[in-house]
Write a protein that binds this ligand. Structure first.
Ligand code: CUA
Length: 355
């Protein structure tokens, strides 16, 4: 093979791989635009930060490489055939030599794909086994996640904590792992828990318990999203996983375990909360509100977002949210209570004390 020949072939093979790479970059930069500022917030499977996510990433890269090579070979052969056998002015218009059957070729293009499929299924099975059958260390944390239309409920049975939309877990040192095991349930329809940098997707199915685990290696915030269409506000069923150093996690858990704040200055707001239908859906520790249809509000102000990541948790947004949930999340199952302006102010002032 001459040198020009070899470099031409290399160019032909390189261009499809380049296309795949450019596609990956395009997806990444689109995600970057969606989460401006901090690249660590991009929910990308290409930057895993937790044991199951590493296994999935390794497998994806292998699959991407193999399928990329297949793509390059097929694409290269197509281009070669198009160029080599294109119509030329001096064609005599006759048919080319016809070739019928070749045992060698038949065997080659049967055996090669079978081998590829066998390799892919075995590596896939190994990755699934590594994730599903990992022994569970004694130091692991249990969390029950319940999918609701359209928010996440998180319960820590061993800690007596109930919170919503923002999952807090301790960091897991690979040398001394403290993973978090999630029990996934649904209160209504099928949802799917997906935080790409931490683990694969797992559905939350009514009347069924699914399980998954994460072992994040670096403290920080990891974003995710409900990954199964679950109704009008599926897109605003966002996930935020806060990974803390052990001390910070223990501090957070301690604060969450405390009884709710009861400030006398906001007695009127509390009265409005307790005498409106807020309490049919929401709980606040130490009040008559014990509803479980909506998020527990005992420590509402410890959360950074409202409406499952729909808006930052500021007093203005909280006010708008209560005044008209339809505005921030059309189709939201929370009704507007038709409170007067003064009642709204009092209620927001009360909720602002729930730290
Ligand atoms: Cu819940 Cu989509």
């Amino acid at each position: 093979m001459t040198r020009t020949h070899a470099s031409r072939i290399r160019r032909t093979l390189a261009s499809p791989l380049l296309l795949v790479w450019l596609a990956v970059l395009a997806v990444e930069s689109t995600l970057a635009a969606a989460a401006p500022g901090d690249p660590a917030l991009i929910p990308s499977i290409f930057r895993p930060e937790s044991t199951p996510a590493h296994s999935i990433h390794e497998l994806s890269m292998l699959v991407l490489a193999i399928t990329g090579i297949i793509f390059a070979v097929v694409f290269g052969l197509i281009v070669y055939a198009l160029v080599r056998y294109r119509r030329r002015p001096d064609d005599d218009g006759g048919e080319p030599a016809q070739v019928y059957g070749s045992t060698q070729v038949e065997i080659a293009w049967t055996v090669t794909p079978v081998l590829i499929v066998v390799v892919l299924s075995l590596t896939g099975a190994r990755a699934i086994d590594r994730i599903q059958n990992t022994p569970r260390p004694a130091a692991s944390l249990d969390v029950t996640a319940v999918g609701h239309q359209w928010w996440w409920e998180f319960r820590y049975p061993s800690l007596g904590i109930v919170t919503a939309n923002e999952l807090h877990v301790p960091v897991s040192d690979p040398a001394n792992p403290t993973p978090t095991f999630l029990k996934l349930l649904s209160a209504d329809v099928v949802h799917s828990f997906w935080v790409p940098r931490l683990a694969g997707k797992m559905d939350l199915i009514p009347n069924r318990v699914n399980e998954m685990w994460i072992a994040p290696e670096k403290p920080g915030l990891y974003l995710g999203q409900c990954a199964e269409y679950c109704g009008t506000q599926h897109a605003k069923m966002l996930l935020r996983v806060y990974v803390h150093a052990r001390d910070d996690f223990d501090r957070w858990a301690g604060e969450q375990r405390q009884a709710g704040a009861q400030s006398q200055n906001v007695a009127e707001g509390r009265r409005i909360f307790e005498t409106t239908s807020c309490i049919s859906c929401h709980a606040v520790g130490g009040t008559v509100g014990t509803g479980t249809f909506g998020p527990d509000l005992t420590h509402l102000m410890s959360r950074e977002t409202l409406g499952s990541g729909a808006a930052p948790n500021t007093p203005e947004n909280l006010r708008t949210w209560i005044e008209s949930p339809e505005h921030a999340k059309p189709g939201s199952l929370m009704p507007a209570m038709n409170l007067t302006r003064r009642e709204l102010d009092e209620l927001v002032a009360y909720l602002e004390t729930l730290r």
